[in-house]
Design a binder for this molecule. Structure first.
Ligand SMILES: Cc1cc2nc3c(=O)[nH]c(=O)nc-3n(C[C@H](O)[C@H](O)[C@H](O)COP(=O)(O)OP(=O)(O)OC[C@H]3O[C@@H](n4cnc5c(N)ncnc54)[C@H](O)[C@@H]3O)c2cc1C
Length: 489
């Protein structure tokens, strides 16, 4: 008899979903292996904003998920715009430049609502995603389509709730224990894992193994190998433990790679953020209100269309654009007209501030004369119109090398503020190929017996960019499927 029915490698959202699903599907002995010590457990999930992107047809579909929403957000159900599957598809296709794997995308989108309902049923408490998913303006709160709910207490709460739920389901967890290799039988099927724990090396047998141990975002050598410069020296927004172990172990047994290995999710974060995520600050280093800013780099030049779209559809590629600037930094410039629109997370920064735009620029360690010339040119190119942060307002510049295509207003109302930002790594897009049952496929495109994957370890969904709130949902969808498949063998 095997030591375990199912061994799940990792202890983030995807892995916990897999472990709980395996127990619900009849697996009696389920073990989670967590490489991190208990006080650092939970992977990127702990650091996340825990916002979920789900397809839903009416605001009423959300009531079972957030029955108390109106207590904190009066008018929530009235202000939510439905997000049918077609819209999720359109957004995913748009941001991935139509490269998302349609089979995997269909699994994620079609199961997004039912899986989040299942998460609620097993005990994940949810609330309106006010900080990430909404803009408050003119007495109105607009909930940006798709990403309108999150876990209570964000990633910290999501992770804590998953560990509680796993315990209630009788899942065993070993901390400070990493999977080092997969064990294989003569047929090639996976029969367990070699682990390295506090007592050293040990072989554990299992009827099935689920890889839910992230991608390679925390491994500078792999980042250099697959993403190139300057990604080896970039700051990581989350855990330091996702070093590509799951992918390496899968490749050792013949798994086929899938997805964009040169692609990653990266966002503009405080330039002074620590090298890895801070357990207390979690995602509060994010600086995502740039659509209402003008951004300049060290050379005093604008480098992106700040207003291309709402931030939930551009933020995951904006980090890469910022990090590609000289010195890897940029400056988000705001005036007081828009300062009330800044996400609450900006409160964790101490911005540069001045009463004139020129005095602000003169404080920045950049080519100041060029920056002032850039701003003069920007102001001359403004077309005018009515600013509306709740929609793509078409307020734009015309004739610049890089136009700002929405929310382009003059910087004319003191005081003025500058927030220095860099590009932070969230997670990498390359992974393994999985079947509809979340089984890992080999280089001959046949399923590897006994081996399943979920979460960031699955490649193919995201390319170039990512629609905010999809990581946790895809992790839960494939985690739930992987756990069920692994339990049933
Ligand atoms: C700051 C931040 C904010 C985010 N906000 C959101 C958001 O609001 N919404 C959203 O959808 N997504 C968000 N994301 C992305 C989301 O957090 C990830 O997509 C998701 O957590 C990935 O889940 P996972 O289970 O695949 O990996 P993780 O949660 O990273 O878990 C991986 C686990 O594997 C363990 N591990 C690694 N190697 C081994 C090994 N060899 N043996 C044993 N264990 C191992 C790790 O310790 C960890 O426990 C955010 C990410 C960050 C960093």
């Amino acid at each position: 008899m095997s030591d375990y029915d199912v061994i799940v490698v990792g202890a983030g959202n995807a892995a916990c979903a897999a472990a709980v699903s395996a127990r619900q599907s009849g697996a009696k002995r389920v073990l989670i292996l967590e490489k991190a010590p208990v006080e650092l457990r939970g992977g990127n999930t702990h650091y996340s904003g825990a916002a979920f992107r789900i397809a839903f047809n009416s605001a009423e579909d959300l009531r079972p998920l957030v029955p108390d929403a109106e207590k904190h957000e009066p008018g929530f159900f009235e202000n939510v715009v439905p997000y049918p599957a077609d819209q999720f598809w359109a957004d995913l296709r748009k941001v991935t430049e139509n490269r998302t794997d349609p089979r995997l995308a269909a699994i994620m989108i079609d199961n997004s609502y039912s899986t989040v309902r299942w998460m609620k049923e097993v005990g994940i408490q949810m609330e309106p995603a006010v900080m990430l998913g909404a803009i408050k303006y003119g007495g109105k709160t607009k909930f940006l389509s798709g990403t309108v709910i999150r876990a209570v207490d964000e990633g910290v709460g999501l992770s804590r709730m998953w560990f509680d739920i796993a315990a209630r389901h009788g899942v065993e967890i070993r901390y400070e224990t990493r999977a080092t290799h997969l064990l294989q039988g003569k047929s090639g099927a996976v029969t367990g894992v070699q682990i390295h724990g506090p007592q050293g090396l040990e072989d554990l047998s299992a009827r099935a193994v689920v890889l839910g141990c992230g991608s390679f975002e925390s491994n500078p050598e792999w980042r250099a190998r697959y993403l190139g410069r300057p990604w080896d020296i970039a700051k990581v927004r989350g855990t330091s433990f996702n070093t590509g172990d799951g992918l390496r172990m899968a490749f050792e047994v013949g798994a086929v790679s899938h997805g964009q290995y040169s692609g990653l999710h990266s966002t503009p974060i405080d330039a002074a953020a620590p090298p890895f995520g801070d357990r207390k600050l979690t995602d509060k280093t994010n600086r995502l209100t740039y659509p209402f800013s003008v951004m300049v780099n060290n050379r005093g030049l604008r480098f992106a269309d700040e207003g291309e779209d709402i931030n939930m559809l551009t933020y995951a590629k904006m980090g890469q654009i910022v990090l590609s600037q000289p010195g890897g930094v940029g400056y988000q410039l705001f005036d007081s007209k828009v300062i009330s629109l800044l996400e609450p997370r900006y409160a964790t920064a101490k911005p540069y501030q001045a009463d004139t735009l020129e005095a602000l620029i003169r404080q920045l360690p950049i080519d100041q004369n060029q920056a002032l010339a850039t701003l003069t040119e920007y102001h001359a190119a403004l077309k005018g119109g009515t600013f509306d942060p709740l929609v793509k307002d078409g307020l734009r510049t015309q004739g610049l090398a890089i136009d700002k295509t929405n929310w382009a207003q003059p910087l004319d109302t003191p005081p003025f503020y500058a927030y220095p930002v860099t590009g932070g790594v969230t997670f990498t897009f390359g992974g393994v190929l999985v079947s509809d049952d979340a089984q890992v496929m080999d280089v001959a495109y046949r399923p590897i017996g006994g081996l399943y994957a979920c979460g960031e370890a699955v490649g193919g969904l995201f390319h170039y960019n990512y629609p905010g709130g999809s990581g946790l949902v895809s992790g839960a969808v494939f985690g739930r499927i992987a756990g069920r498949s692994a339990a049933r063998g």
